[in-house]
Design a protein around this ligand. Structure first.
Ligand SMILES: Nc1ncnc2c1ncn2[C@@H]1O[C@H](COP(=O)(O)OP(=O)(O)OP(=O)(O)O)[C@@H](O)[C@H]1O
Ligand SMILES: O=c1ccn([C@@H]2O[C@H](COP(=O)(O)O)[C@@H](O)[C@H]2O)c(=O)[nH]1
Length: 239
């Protein structure tokens, strides 16, 4: 495989890491995702990863149960850190160097994220796994993924999730929904297509950062999706 991109930002869905369960991490699925990432890294692509936390805790759910929103979001961000440590370790077990970073300061757990240190690690051949989202409440890891992609000067954001692209409606709720091969930022925002939040799409649009949405269990794998095989939707400026 010859690298199509120099540096990519992969958003790994926390919810997907639970596999067939509703909570936690399914080890075989974690290893399968780690293998796909290691294969791409070995081909010479620099890989930065932002991990979600829907398999552990979402702030909105905590707030709905009465926890104040800022506390609930801190809990959510800590959940993403658990996933980051697990994924970084799984990548190392595939024989590829990986380093976790945290948006919040927790020195005995991981280095604190700075764009400078993360870029240095990428250039040294580490897959960097970024936990803790943006480090701020009221945001999501989709926004964190877009933000970090821009900060780290990545070529593209890959959103690896449970669905194989952007649909005309949530395909889990509407079986008649149809998938787009490509769609513009403004269309996604205006049609309120919720595969990522509006803040993430707006940040990507304003910085011309393309987003590719694909299913983490796609048979073509991450390398196939990067080469244009597999099923996905590209969100960007209209060609
Ligand atoms: N128009 C749409 N097209 C595709 N998926 C959609 C759409 N609207 C809603 N969705 C839903 O968005 C989900 C993906 O986004 P979501 O933020 O829920 O999860 P994630 O980012 O994969 O997980 P996590 O937040 O745990 O990292 C899909 O599983 C799908 O059900
Ligand atoms: O920048 C951020 C990112 C995340 N959070 C909190 O974490 C959970 C899990 O993240 P997902 O993007 O939903 O996977 C999220 O619900 C927020 O509570 C955050 O506060 N700030």
């Amino acid at each position: 495989m010859s690298p199509v991109h120099k540096r990519i930002l992969l958003k790994v869905s926390g919810e997907a890491l639970a596999g067939d369960n509703s909570f936690g991490i399914e080890p075989p699925f974690l290893q399968a995702v780690a293998k796909q990432i290691a294969d791409v890294a070995r081909s010479g692509v620099q890989v930065a990863i932002v991990v979600g936390g829907g398999n552990i805790f979402r702030g909105m759910a905590g707030a709905a149960d009465g926890t104040d929103r800022v506390t609930a979001d801190l809990m959510g961000m800590l959940g993403t850190m658990i996933n980051a440590l697990a994924l970084s370790n799984a990548i190392m077990r595939q024989g590829v160097m990986s380093k976790p970073f945290s948006a919040a300061t927790m020195p005995s757990v991981a280095d604190t994220f700075t764009a400078r240190d993360a870029k240095l690690a990428l250039e040294e051949g580490f897959v960097v796994v970024l936990g803790g989202g943006t480090g701020n409440p009221f945001f999501t890891t989709d926004t964190a993924a877009t933000l970090r992609a821009i900060e780290l000067e990545c070529d593209v954001v890959l959103k690896g999730t449970k669905v194989d692209g952007v649909y005309s409606a949530d395909p889990k709720k509407d079986p008649t929904a149809t998938r787009y091969d490509a769609i513009g930022y403004d269309e996604v925002i205006q049609q309120n297509l919720k595969v990522m939040d509006t803040a993430a799409f707006a940040l990507a649009r304003d910085n011309a950062m393309p987003i590719v949405v694909y299913a983490l269990d796609d048979e073509a794998g991450l390398s196939g999706v990067l080469e244009g095989r597999g099923r996905s939707t590209r969100v960007g400026h209209p060609l």
